[in-house]
Design a protein around this ligand. Structure first.
Ligand code: BES
Ligand code: MN
Ligand code: MN
Length: 454
C-alpha cells in the first residue's frame, strides 16, 4: 500500500482539479434543457474510466439518461467489487442564494462549493481516484472492480432496475460499494447499514372550470385550497402520527441491541436543533430523534400551490389546487402497498365537491443490512486507516432505491461508505465538500480494495 498512498499524496492537487472539471458540467437530470450536458457528463466519466486504467468501458443508452460502465478484471480468484454512484445532480434553485455560481467550483475555508460536490460527484471521484492510485502505482488492483454510474438517481432511477435485470452477467460481483451518504458528524467516520424507502404522490383538486369572483360565487362552491388543506390535515395528527389506516402495519420494532447502539452515538439534540435554526423539534411521539429519522416512516408535504400568491389582494376562488406529498418508508414497508393505502384513504376523505386526481411519482424500497458482513468489516478497517478512528454504524433517513434492487435481483450486499457531512447542503444552495474528507476518502477507498483481497 505504500506506493499507492504515495501516489495519492503526490497527485492530490490534480485530483482536486479533475473534480472541479467534473463539477463544471451541469448534469441536472430533471431538466430537459440539460440533456446534452448529461450526455457530456457521461462521456466525461467514460474518459475518466479509460484514463484510470479500466480494461473495458461502455455507455448504455436508456430511454432517459445513459448509464456508464467500466471494468477491470485482472485479479482472477479475487472478489469483485461493483461500485455504484450517480453523476446526475439536483436542480440549483433558488439560484440567488448561492454565494458562488453552482457550476463554478470555488474553494472557501477548505470546502469546495458546487452543485454535486458531495451528492454525489465528489464521492464518486474519491473511488475513481482510489482505484487509479492502485492501478497507476502498482499496475494492478487487489480485487476486480466494476463501475456502474447512473444519471437518473435524483429522479428515481426509473431505468436502472430493468438495466440490472437485463445484465446479470455484466454486473456479476460479490459486493456493491456505494459512497453517497453522510458521515454521522465531522470527524466521525461512519458506515450506513439502513436506508428509508420512498413513495411520492401528487394530489390535484379541481373545483370549477375556471377561477371565480369570490364575491359572486363564494358560498356556492367549494374552494379547492380549502379542500386540500382539509385533506392534508387528516394525513397526520398533531403528535406527528400518520393517520392513513394500515400505514404502520409492517414497520419493525428496533431490537434492544440496536437501540443501545443508537444511544451510544455522539448525538447532541440541542446542538442539532440550533444548527437547524428550529424553535423546537417535532416528530412522532414516543421516539427519539434518530429513531424518527432512521427507523420510523414519515409523511411530508413537499409543496402546495393554488390560487393567488401575487402581491396585494385579489378576491378569487381558485379553480385548482395541488400538493406534492412524499412518504419515507421504514425497512419492511412496501412502496406499492403504501401508495395504495394512501390513495384509498385520500379518496375516502376528499370532499365530494372537488374532482380529485392522485398521481404516483417515483419511489424506492427501504433497506437494512446486518453489520457483521465481512465486506462491511473490510470497510470499517479501511475507514479506520483513512480517518484514524473506528467508524460508527448508522442508518440514514434518505433513500437510494437501487440498494434494495441489488439485493433482490442480484443477491448482492451493499457497503455504504459515505464520506459526506450532514451539513454540506446536498439538494440545497451552497452545496460543498470538505477537502480534508475528499483526500482521506480517496485513501479510505484505496484501503477498501486492499482490505477486500482474500
Ligand atoms: N445521496 C442521496 C441519498 C441519501 C441522502 C442517503 C441522505 C443517505 C442520506 C441521494 O442522492 C438522494 O437524494 N436520493 C433521493 C432518492 C429519490 C429521488 C428516489 C432521496 O432520498 O430523496
Ligand atoms: Mn446521492
Ligand atoms: Mn441526492
Amino acid at each position: 500500500m505504500e506506493s499507492v498512498l504515495n501516489y495519492i499524496e503526490a497527485n492530490k492537487d490534480r485530483f482536486l482539479e479533475e473534480l472541479k472539471e467534473y463539477l463544471r458540467i451541469p448534469s441536472i437530470s430533471n431538466n430537459p434543457e440539460n440533456r446534452q450536458d448529461m450526455l457530456r457528463c457521461a462521456h466525461y466519466l467514460i474518459n475518466q474510466l479509460k484514463r484510470i486504467g479500466m480494461q473495458q468501458t461502455q455507455l448504455f443508452p436508456t430511454p432517459g439518461h445513459p448509464i456508464v460502465y467500466g471494468e477491470w478484471l485482472g485479479a482472477p480468484g479475487q472478489p469483485t467489487v461493483l461500485f455504484y454512484g450517480h453523476y446526475d445532480v439536483q436542480p440549483v434553485d433558488p439560484l440567488e442564494l448561492w454565494v458562488s455560481p453552482p457550476f463554478e467550483p470555488t474553494i472557501r475555508n477548505g470546502e469546495l462549493y458546487a452543485r454535486g460536490a458531495v451528492d454525489d460527484k465528489g464521492q464518486v471521484q474519491m473511488n475513481l481516484k482510489g482505484v487509479e492510485a492502485h492501478l497507476k502505482a502498482t499496475g494492478s488492483l487487489p480485487v476486480n472492480v466494476k463501475f456502474l454510474i447512473e444519471g437518473e438517481e435524483e429522479v428515481g432511477s426509473g431505468n436502472l432496475d430493468s438495466f440490472i435485470a437485463a445484465h446479470p452477467e455484466l454486473l456479476k460481483a460479490d459486493v456493491v460499494l456505494i459512497s453517497d451518504s453522510p458521515m454521522f458528524d465531522r470527524g466521525v467516520p461512519s458506515i450506513c447499514y439502513g436506508l428509508r424507502g420512498l413513495v411520492y404522490m401528487q394530489i390535484d383538486l379541481k373545483g370549477t372550470e375556471s377561477d371565480l369572483h369570490s364575491g359572486s360565487f363564494g358560498g356556492a362552491v367549494i374552494n379547492p385550497n380549502f379542500a386540500l388543506a382539509q385533506i392534508i390535515t387528516q394525513l397526520k395528527d398533531g403528535t406527528g402520527r400518520v393517520q392513513i389506516p394500515g400505514f404502520y402495519d409492517d414497520v419493525l420494532p428496533l431490537s434492544d441491541e440496536e437501540k443501545e447502539e443508537l444511544g451510544r452515538l455522539p448525538f447532541d439534540e440541542t446542538k442539532y436543533r440550533e444548527d437547524l435554526g428550529a424553535p423546537a423539534l417535532f416528530g412522532e411521539e414516543g421516539y427519539g430523534v434518530l429513531e424518527r429519522l432512521w427507523v420510523r416512516p414519515t409523511l411530508e408535504v413537499n409543496g402546495i400551490c393554488g390560487g393567488f400568491i401575487g402581491e396585494g389582494a385579489k378576491t378569487v376562488i381558485p379553480a385548482k389546487s395541488m400538493a406534492k406529498i412524499s412518504m419515507r418508508l421504514a425497512p419492511n414497508q412496501d412502496p406499492d402497498k403504501i401508495a395504495q393505502l394512501f390513495e384509498d384513504y385520500v379518496k375516502k376523505i376528499a370532499p365530494p365537491s372537488v374532482e380529485l386526481t392522485i398521481t404516483r411519482m417515483h419511489g424506492g424500497k427501504p433497506w437494512v443490512a446486518p453489520i457483521h458482513h465481512p465486506a462491511i468489516q473490510a470497510a470499517a478497517r479501511a475507514l479506520e486507516k483513512g480517518f484514524w478512528k473506528r467508524p460508527v454504524y448508522v442508518r440514514e433517513g434518505g433513500s437510494i432505491p437501487v440498494v434494495a434492487t441489488f439485493q433482490e435481483l442480484l443477491g448482492l450486499p451493499s457497503v455504504l461508505m459515505g464520506i459526506g457531512l450532514p451539513d454540506e447542503n446536498s439538494h440545497a444552495p451552497n452545496e460543498r465538500l470538505d477537502l480534508f474528507n475528499f483526500h482521506q476518502g480517496i485513501i479510505s477507498s484505496a484501503w477498501f480494495f486492499h482490505e477486500m483481497k482474500k
